[in-house]
Design a binder for this molecule. Structure first.
Ligand code: PPS
Length: 575
């Protein structure tokens, strides 16, 4: 038997409102709409499917205040995290948002109306008080407090929901279960005791060990129940993680474990979040829930100290043990003992015994550099998946971005560099000469600062897309402005590529001397206006990786300098 939902009844609003679906969809088309943001979308999915039972909508002021002060809804039921719908003044006015108004709530991904809210109240939250009460500190270093002060709009709207549809997912659909579906799944598998494991990280041998131990001690099956909604900024993306979880599943014997993805927007709220997680797992039918060390911990505060103590979460869930009605399984991490080649709980390791561990930071470092990851730490299948999404530098894309006066020699160097990179054959290499871009992408642009910035922005966009796919880009515009070059760097680096700015600092006199086309002569006579170096500025780069001068060194030498730089940074060659 699956566990009883929180509050006694699973409030699957989609099932409840299914008979009125067509009617509600037609009504939504006539109503003022609010397009939800990513976090609101996660929240509403779990309200609509019953994952947040007993909630049937977003919190009104009375419930909100009660959750902040008492960790309970106004009716007394335990509920630790405020689930609120934030709107701004313009929306309140445009939608005539007041008690009794009905508003359509839309999915930002496809614009479909997924629910209608009947407004109970509109209120102004005290965000400082909310931060202190829910997250323990009004400190912007906490990701949820940061969100509250930078993203959350000024009003909250309370009200109950009529469900139209759940948001449609297009990834890993077969592993997504609503609470009703998961309960049916447990029934089909004849699972009566299920221990849920919450995670926002890839799983390795230690996690498999830890969950099997929990299952053994409590005579349970294991539900791997990872968060795939919003996790801590900087976490490994959920696509990679789900591939890892799928690879881990066969490591459990005799179908002992199942995988279900949870579209939760985490708040990283430590103790309160642990309580919330336990309630959600109860709604999904689980009978047991693993709460580890520093559960849902946000890291360090602005004073450099941990926001929560390592066992705060375990203590809070223990405090509400009787009311929770889901057995919380406290667990410390397991440690690897090389001498016996086994994992044992960290607190059971005999004194003086050597243990090994690889921290998340160390793992990320090894993934970045391509350093080896030992088999005792993770399974070969997991390594392959992690390596695919974190290729070593020698497989990552990059851009060599030249800047310099027109006719500085940058075009010749860029062309030669492409040939040299093609010779190595490690990646496809794209050459973006100023003239090609001006003809193919920017033909309508002139040479004002604004137009030049747009031109560089377009080059950066193309370079970032290519770098994202592991290709190399050699770009050679004049790019006279530092800000545009810095933006280009940001775009490529954000796409996961390396960015190398090479300043071709050939003196203007040499650029003019080498000009056989008469372009500079025309600019000097005023026939071309706003020509870089003549009557338009060139800002010398403040952050070039390499500065070269084509009047002093031959192209072949300059290309070699660039090749040496790329090798040093690990982008070409094999180590
Ligand atoms: S920028 O500043 O990076 O957007 O410039 P870029 O795209 O590299 O364009 C350089 C080409 O445009 C011709 N041209 C000018 N350059 C600078 N200033 C002015 N006012 C100007 N007007 C035209 C310049 O000769 C380069 O031509 P190509 O065909 O690339 O040699």
């Amino acid at each position: 038997m699956a566990n009883t939902p929180h509050g006694g009844q699973l409030l699957d609003l989609v099932a409840r409102d299914a008979p009125r679906r067509a009617e509600l969809a037609s009504e939504a088309a006539t109503l003022y709409s609010i397009t939800l943001n990513e976090r609101q979308l996660c929240d509403i999915e779990l309200i609509l499917n019953g994952g947040f039972s007993p909630l049937t909508g977003f919190l009104n002021q009375q419930d909100y205040t009660s959750v902040l002060d008492n960790l309970r809804l106004a009716n007394g039921l335990l509920w630790p995290v405020p689930i609120t719908l934030d709107v701004n003044a313009a929306q309140v006015q445009a939608g005539n948002i007041k008690q009794g108004t009905r508003i359509a709530l839309r999915n930002p991904q496809d614009d479909n109306a997924i629910a209608i809210i009947t407004i109970q109240d509109v209120y102004t939250p005290d965000k400082h008080r909310e931060a202190a009460a829910v997250f323990g500190a009004d400190d912007i270093a906490h990701p949820a407090v940061h969100y509250l002060h930078t993203e959350t709009k000024e009003f909250y709207v309370g009200g109950s929901l009529d469900a139209i549809d759940l948001p449609t997912h297009f990834d890993y659909v077969e592993h997504r279960f609503t609470p009703s579906e998961l309960r049916a799944h447990f029934k089909k598998l004849n699972w009566t005791r299920v221990v849920a494991f919450q995670t926002r990280n890839p799983m390795h041998r230690a996690h498999r060990e830890l969950t099997v131990r929990a299952a053994r001690l409590r005579h349970c099956n294991v539900l791997i129940h990872p968060v795939v909604g919003m996790t801590k900024p900087g976490d490994i993306d959920h696509y990679t993680r789900v591939r890892v979880y799928k690879a881990i599943l066969p490591k459990y014997p005799q179908g002992m474990a199942a995988l279900s993805l949870l579209p939760l927007a985490m708040r990283m709220g430590g103790p309160r979040e642990a309580l919330w997680h336990a309630i959600i797992r109860k709604n999904f039918g689980c009978t047991h829930f693993i709460v580890g060390r520093d559960h849902a911990g946000p890291g360090k505060n602005s004073a450099g100290q941990d926001f929560y103590g390592p066992y705060d979460a375990q203590h809070l869930v223990a405090k509400y043990k009787d009311e929770l009605d889901i057995e919380v399984v406290p667990f410390q991490m397991v440690a690897y003992v090389p001498e016996t080649d086994e994992y044992i709980p960290a607190d059971e390791v005999p004194e003086g015994t050597k243990t090994l561990n690889i921290s998340g930071t160390e793992l990320r470092r090894r993934l970045k550099t391509g350093a080896s990851i030992p088999d005792w730490f993770t399974y070969p299948e997991v390594q392959t998946i992690l390596r695919q999404s974190h290729p070593a530098r020698s497989q990552q894309g990059f851009a060599v971005f030249f800047t310099g006066f027109w006719n500085s020699g940058a075009a010749q160097i860029a062309t030669a560099l492409q040939m040299s990179l093609n010779q190595g054959g490690q990646r496809p290499t794209t050459l973006l000469l100023g003239e090609t871009i001006r003809a193919e992408l920017s033909s309508e642009l002139g040479f004002s600062k604004k137009d030049r910035d747009v031109n560089i922005q377009r080059i950066a966009f193309v370079a970032a897309e290519i770098a994202k796919c592991g290709g190399a880009v050699v770009a050679a515009p004049i790019a006279p402005y530092d800000s545009a070059r810095n933006e280009a760097r940001k775009a490529v680096e954000k796409a996961g590529g390396g960015f190398f700015l090479v300043h071709v600092a050939t003196p203007l006199e040499d650029c003019i001397k080498r000009d056989r086309s008469g372009t500079y002569a025309r600019a000097q006579k005023g026939e071309i206006k706003g020509f870089t170096g003549i009557d338009d500025p060139y800002e010398v780069p403040s952050s070039a990786q390499l500065t070269v001068d084509a009047s002093k060194a031959p192209v072949s030498q300059i290309v070699h300098e660039i090749i040496l730089l790329l090798e040093k940074e690990g982008y070409i060659g094999e180590r």
